[in-house]
Design a protein around this ligand. Structure first.
Ligand SMILES: C[S@@+](CC[C@H](N)C(=O)[O-])C[C@H]1O[C@@H](n2cnc3c(N)ncnc32)[C@H](O)[C@@H]1O
Length: 245
């Protein structure tokens, strides 16, 4: 996993925020017990932070290394404490949160260092919840669309293919985890479905002319293959939960 790809998202922070799917509310309910102090790790533009607020979870601190992503979070969630930091160096005291959430991000972390650092800031018995929210690649047209952006090769693809059967690094103080998949659909303007492809690291790291070409081909594909505008997009949130011992 290259650092270039892990840090590519800030260049499209506004598009990312507007176009990427928020996590399913059911996934948040499964991961976050009531009255929890939550760390939204690799919070990006705050999609998870805002989804938590919509569920009545307000005791949230966000940690995100990219200044452009964090600026969108702060603008859209002005009351939330948002800190510069990484999963490998979390700027919080020991045992200070009940839940750590990391959405569409675990695959970018140095898993061993992140697991140690997450265990440090989580209180014993606290929950680590990992999520990935995406348009469902089990739907043929979605899989074909993602191929246009080489987004089937994005960092989380192998995890998704394995059914999110994640294992924490050996020796990390976490119980055996469990996974669930939450599905929903939403109508999305065809131009936004095409533009969403441009928020994946596989496209963000291409030269500008190639990014434009991906968008043009995605738009044409949607017209020919799907034929409606808006498009009914199937979304999935894959969630993994483990408890700190
Ligand atoms: C795909 S985005 C996900 C953002 C947000 N969690 C969401 O669901 O929309 C991945 C985020 O991870 C951040 N990131 C990359 N490497 C990281 C690391 N080592 N520690 C913490 N965050 C990292 C990136 O800056 C980016 O904002």
């Amino acid at each position: 996993m290259t650092t270039e790809r892990a840090r590519s998202f800030g260049a499209a922070a506004d598009d990312y925020d507007r176009l990427r799917p928020a996590p399913a509310a059911e996934a948040l309910r499964w991961l976050v017990p009531p009255e929890s102090r939550v760390l939204d790790l690799a919070a990006g533009t705050g999609l998870v932070t805002r989804a938590l607020a919509a569920e009545g979870v307000h005791d949230v601190v966000a940690v995100e290394p990219d200044d452009a992503m964090r600026a969108v979070l702060t603008a859209r969630s002005p009351g939330v404490r948002a800190l510069s930091g990484t999963a490998e160096e979390i700027p919080l005291p020991d045992g200070s949160v009940d839940v750590v959430l990391a959405a569409s991000a675990w695959h970018w972390f140095d898993a061993e260092r992140a697991a140690t650092e997450i265990a440090r800031v989580l209180r014993p018995g606290g929950v680590l919840g990992l999520m990935w929210s995406y348009s469902d690649p089990d739907t043929d047209w979605v899989a074909d669309l993602r191929r246009i952006g080489r987004a089937e090769a994005q960092g989380s693809a192998s995890l998704v293919r394995s059914g999110l059967s994640l294992e924490m690094p050996a020796g990390a103080p976490f119980a055996e985890g469990e996974s669930r998949v939450f599905q929903r659909s939403a109508w999305v303007a065809a131009q936004d479905v095409a533009a969403m492809l441009g928020t994946y690291s596989s496209v963000l790291t291409l030269p500008a002319a190639e990014r434009r070409d991906v968008h043009r081909r995605a738009r044409a594909f949607l017209t020919e293959r799907v034929g409606t505008d808006p498009v009914l997009v199937p979304f999935v949130t894959g969630a993994f939960r483990t408890v700190r011992s």
